[in-house]
Design a protein around this ligand. Structure first.
Ligand code: NAG
Ligand code: NAG
Ligand code: NAG
Ligand code: NAG
Ligand code: NAG
Length: 347
């Protein structure tokens, strides 16, 4: 692709995106997470200002995040046992851990209690194992029926294989999306890719991976526009691809995440942020945007390995925007055609 084409495409996509989001906003404010934290007023703050606690997978981490200025609690759900018990249940743990002092049931009820007591918190549930999804969503559905859930709860999973040639098995996309739409259609989804990235391997989100996500989302047509968690070091190299993604799925957003030791080109990352716009971007990074993660890779030899996985997670938004935007399944195709027509160049 030529430089001319690239620059124009980025610029024009940014414009197109602005237009689409304006249309979406006119129809219905899509970010109930934003509303929950910042209210209904015009431009009080944007979603990039939401603060995160990552891997809230123990009682100690949970109490800490409930008592500090964290807004969204990101936590991993695996199948395993709670210390002292032999019963296998959904627990708060990141693989390969399969024990925890915190079950999902205790986790969600503790947040409910904190919110009832006046705290303002949301949760991003990162499902690591498809077997945990149904029991957790059943529990959530019952809690919702009893009007206990009055805060954003996102449902996150890595449902597709991603860069760079990740060999980790994704959570089954069809099963995850079917269960989510059956039990919790008003929850925001956070849909990501398995990734393989670090000092030893560089790469980007490929257009084919983006199109695969667009297709899956189009099939399920979620009631609330999803967010797509993307790993910062890879996302920074994929500005055009990610613009295509969020322009094609109206009202969708990105969530930036990273492992603390990831190499990230901070200039490219800033370009991505400027292009996507912080209104469309949740930022859950373990480093600040001025200093970046530092140069973690100075000493590392360039060796291609295949298994550096860090987990990602961010799930979508909360509840229900009755009559909220739905991703019209005809829309993506229309847009892709439009884009191809207008720009006449490939990405
Ligand atoms: C929100 O973030 C923007 C930068 O994205 C910053 O300029 C602004 O001051 C922040 N607002 C609040 C209320 O923190
Ligand atoms: C947890 O992992 C350990 C070590 O891999 C394994 O021996 C054990 O069977 C696992 N427990 C469960 C409940 O899966
Ligand atoms: C990923 O796979 C492609 C195609 O098989 C190959 O060309 C590329 O070198 C691989 N990249 C890495 C980092 O393994
Ligand atoms: C996902 O699950 C569906 C239904 O159980 C199955 O047909 C499909 O083959 C699975 N997909 C993958 C990639 O394993
Ligand atoms: C990935 O690594 C594992 C062991 O670390 C190895 O057995 C496997 O063949 C590797 N896969 C690829 C595609 O390189």
């Amino acid at each position: 692709m030529t430089g001319f084409c690239t620059n124009n495409a980025v610029l024009r996509f940014a414009l197109l995106l602005g237009l689409l989001n304006a249309m979406a906003a006119g129809e219905k404010e899509p970010f109930s997470t934003r509303k929950y934290f910042f209210g209904e007023g015009p431009e009080i703050s944007d979603i990039s200002n939401i603060t995160w606690a990552h891997a809230v997978n123990s009682i100690a981490e949970l109490e800490k995040a409930l008592n500090d200025d964290t807004m969204m609690l990101e936590a991993d759900i695996s199948l395993g046992t709670v210390h002292g018990s032999e019963q296998v249940v959904p627990i708060m743990a990141h693989p390969p851990a399969n024990t925890s002092d915190l079950s999902f049931e205790v986790f969600i009820n503790r947040i409910i209690r904190a919110v009832d007591g006046g705290a303002k918190k949301g949760a991003k549930l990162d499902f690591k194992d498809i077997k945990t999804v149904e029991p957790c969503l059943q529990m959530l559905k019952q809690l919702k029926r009893k009007k206990k859930i009055s805060f954003p709860v996102w449902l996150n999973a890595d449902i597709l294989p991603g860069p760079v040639n990740s060999t980790d098995e994704p959570v089954n996309a069809t099963e995850f999306l079917s269960l989510a739409s059956e039990y919790s259609p008003s929850s925001m989804l956070s849909l990501g890719w398995k990734t393989n990235f670090g000092c030893h391997v560089r790469g980007k989100y490929e257009k084919s991976q983006i199109l695969e996500m667009i297709e899956v989302v189009g099939q399920f047509n979620p009631q609330v526009p999803p967010t797509f968690p993307v790993r910062a070091g890879l996302a920074a190299e994929s500005v055009e691809e990610l613009l295509l993604l969020i322009a094609t799925v109206p009202g969708s957003t990105l969530t930036l995440w990273a492992s603390a030791s990831d190499p990230v080109d901070m200039n490219n990352l800033q370009d991505l942020i400027d292009t996507i716009n912080t209104k469309n971007l949740y930022i859950d990074l373990p480093f600040d945007l001025i200093d970046g993660p530092g140069n973690n890779c100075k000493e590392s030899p360039v060796v291609i390995q295949n298994d550096t996985n860090v987990d990602n997670s961010i799930v979508p938004q909360d509840d229900a925007v009755p009559g909220g935007i739905s991703v019209n399944s005809a829309m993506p195709l229309l847009l892709v055609a439009l884009v191809a027509l207008i720009f006449g160049c490939s990405f």
